[in-house]
Ligand binder design. Structure first.
Ligand code: F6P
Length: 286
């Protein structure tokens, strides 16, 4: 088994790292990537996948597992179309991939966000302040919604569900009227900039408002037990699919069971955020 360093960049360069059992037997608790990672614009060029596939064949590599989010899975599809057997594994904190119960990293990111929000809550309560906490998620609100529910935030703002600053301020005034003297607003980075929202809230409501942007803190640290479990099972499923000759698919868990989903369906599809869950989050909190 050979690892490729720095993702598709390393694939084009032939930058490999042997993955003998002793190299990987003590890494399950580690964050980040022992193989490093990189965003590789070069791999988007039309001839790049064929170049990478040829290089891999020279190195007598028979199949490839690509671990990552949407961009990585698009690359995986291109590799497989260029004739190199390839299977994808969904790994992104954003959970913005369809046809899979979960994506590796999401649970850890949500737990990290919840822990941070709990700490912020102590100051919010003691000083009777409003806090806006901005979480990642790129163009989606899955992290915000999960972290907002687990923190019983007063408001959860996500890009998928329309909202206005005026409505946010109204809801905070209403909460104040009902006796709530501190408030937590969780905002997905794709819905608004935390600073902008905090400024509007303070200006319009007079509530003392602070902002915390969690950014890359959510992407590091030791993985949660759920992520270790998911990664272990998806890795095993990916290998099973490769050995069984099923290529051009993403290894997923669906309803808790391994499934091979055609990569074309994954990259063309969209994961929908559950509006009912969002409504529940907000109905419980104010
Ligand atoms: O896709 C994962 C993610 O962490 C997003 O949530 C975020 O928008 C983006 O990557 C940040 O990317 P970078 O570290 O390149 O700024």
């Amino acid at each position: 088994v050979t690892g490729v360093r720095r993702g598709y960049f390393g694939l084009l360069q032939g930058d490999y790292a042997p993955l003998a059992p002793e190299a990987v037997h003590d890494i399950i608790h580690r964050g980040g990537s022992m193989l490093l990672t990189a965003r590789c614009e070069e791999f988007r060029a039309p001839e790049a996948p064929a170049r990478a596939a040829a290089r891999r064949r020279q190195a007598r590599i028979e199949g490839q597992v690509c671990v990552g989010g949407e961009g990585s899975l698009r690359g995986c599809l291109a590799l497989s179309q260029a004739g190199l057997p390839a299977v994808g594994v969904p790994a992104t904190i954003d959970k913005d991939l369809p046809h899979t119960d979960g994506t590796i990293g999401f649970d850890t990111a949500v737990n990290t966000a919840v822990e941070a929000i709990d700490r912020v809550r102590d100051t919010a309560a003691a000083h009777e302040r409003t806090f806006v906490v901005e979480v990642m998620g790129r163009h989606t609100g899955f992290i915000a919604l999960a972290a907002g529910i687990a923190s019983a935030a007063e408001l959860v703002l996500v890009p998928e569900i329309p909202w206005t600053p005026a409505a946010v301020c109204d809801r905070l005034r209403h909460a104040l009227h009902r006796g709530s003297r501190h408030h937590l607003v969780v905002v997905a980075e794709g819905a608004a900039r935390g600073e902008d929202l905090a400024a509007v809230i303070e200006r319009e409501t007079g509530l003392e408002t602070r902002v915390r942007i969690l950014d890359h803190v959510q992407r590091g640290g030791s993985p949660s037990a759920a992520d270790r479990d998911l990664a272990t099972r998806l890795g095993a499923a990916a290998l099973d699919f490769l050995l069984a000759g099923r290529h051009g698919v993403m290894a997923a868990l669906r309803g808790g069971l391994p499934a091979a989903v055609p990569l074309a369906e994954v990259v063309e599809g969209r994961r929908a955020l559950d509006p009912g869950l969002h409504a529940l989050a907000e109905s419980l909190s104010l």
